[in-house]
Design a protein around this ligand. Structure first.
Ligand SMILES: Nc1nc2c(ncn2[C@@H]2O[C@H](COP(=O)(O)OP(=O)(O)O)[C@@H](O)[C@H]2O)c(=O)[nH]1
Ligand SMILES: [Mg+2]
Length: 335
């Protein structure tokens, strides 16, 4: 089943089994079209090979070309090799027409995109919002889309799901960063806690958690500075912000999200690895999937880092954030 917001967020509200209405279906189709459009460059990178290959008898050279195309789409060499080998084995076992082969490829892509932990168990790809308040910490390199994502998320949680959302502007490094989050708070119609430029980010986080508890917010979204991943003092500062939050509220932050820019492809993997060493990452927001030819990186993230991609950014507008659905993603890549 295709993922939607209700499937992504675990909430305390009683589960209502609803028949997917005509409207929901239409929305889902629209979202898929949008995803497919976003992945166009990536699909073209893979697709030209797929199209050329899948219409005729396959020879050794075709498999090499497909593997290369997958690598070009930044799925990573290990993933490219394993997909190509699996497909080749399928073709040896049975006769598959172009459509069947494409479907098999989509299945393989989806399986990898879903990811597993070291024991082979599926990765947790939901976001649990049952804690009151639930604290979400957003981290990532400068310019990857942290602030934008939090704005979109605040809007979705508040306007879409009726939750009481507080924003915390713990990126005190640049004054413009706080102003940017304030603008998003206004658009999403949410309250925000800010600090002076240059203030201790830990102090802002502390104040935000205190207020979220006292005023019974459902969700607190905390923005952080875009720290260079190779600058150790900045990583230490991030770890400190996290400590301040957890001391203030047991179990918090409940969700730490890492923003990764899809256009940086494989470089993003190294970034993610660095961040994961400083703070435990629960999920990845793959931003700027629109306009990236390296959208295959979602597969490398799942396979190599074993961190689930939970959200994708497909544009700069307030409603351009979507839950990540492995099946839809795979279909959008090959169809
Ligand atoms: N096309 C596109 N642009 C995005 C997306 N997410 C963020 N951006 C843009 O990327 C730039 C940096 O985003 P920002 O949120 O300021 O990054 P931060 O430094 O990590 O907080 C801004 O111009 C955003 O509008 C996305 O999903 N798609
Ligand atoms: Mg920012």
């Amino acid at each position: 089943m295709a993922r939607d917001w209700e499937a992504l967020f675990v909430t305390a509200a009683a589960e209502v089994e609803e028949e997917p209405g005509e409207e929901a279906e239409e929305e889902r189709r629209g979202a898929f079209r949008r995803l497919r459009e976003s992945l166009r460059a990536t699909r073209q990178a893979i697709g030209s090979e797929v199209a050329g290959t899948f219409g005729r008898t396959l020879v050794e050279h075709d498999w090499e070309a497909l593997e290369e195309a997958l690598i070009m789409a930044d799925v990573g060499a290990p993933v490219a090799a394993s997909i190509t080998a699996s497909l080749e084995a399928s073709v040896r076992r049975e006769t598959l027409d172009a459509d069947a082969l494409r479907e098999r490829l989509a299945g393989l892509l989806a399986e990898i995109a879903r990811g597993t932990d070291v024991d082979g168990a599926p990765l947790i790809d939901t976001i649990d919002l049952r804690a009151q308040p639930t604290v979400v910490l957003m981290v990532g390199v400068n310019g990857t889309g942290k602030t934008t994502t939090l704005g979109k998320l605040a809007w979705q949680l508040h306007q879409g799901m009726g939750m009481r959302v507080l924003l915390g502007a713990a990126d005190t490094f640049r004054a413009a960063a706080t102003e940017q989050l304030e603008a998003w708070a206004q658009r999403a119609d949410c309250e925000i806690v800010t600090g002076a430029s240059g203030a201790d980010p830990g102090a802002v986080a502390f104040e935000a958690v205190t207020r979220a508890r006292a005023e019974h917010y459902d969700v607190l979204l905390i923005d952080t500075a875009g720290r260079l991943h190779n600058q150790e003092p900045l990583m230490a500062e991030l770890a400190k912000v996290r400590r301040v939050i957890s001391r203030q509220l047991e179990g918090a932050p409940h969700e730490t999200l890492l923003a990764l820019d899809a256009t940086t492809g494989q470089n993003g993997l190294r970034q993610a690895d660095q961040f994961a060493q400083a703070v435990a990452i629960d999920g990845i927001v793959l931003t700027k999937l629109d306009g990236s030819a390296k959208g295959g990186v979602a597969l490398a993230i799942a396979r190599e880092l074993r961190i689930p991609v939970k959200l994708i950014g497909v544009g700069e507008a307030i409603d351009d954030l979507r839950p990540f659905d492995a099946e839809e993603y795979a279909r959008a890549l090959v169809e």
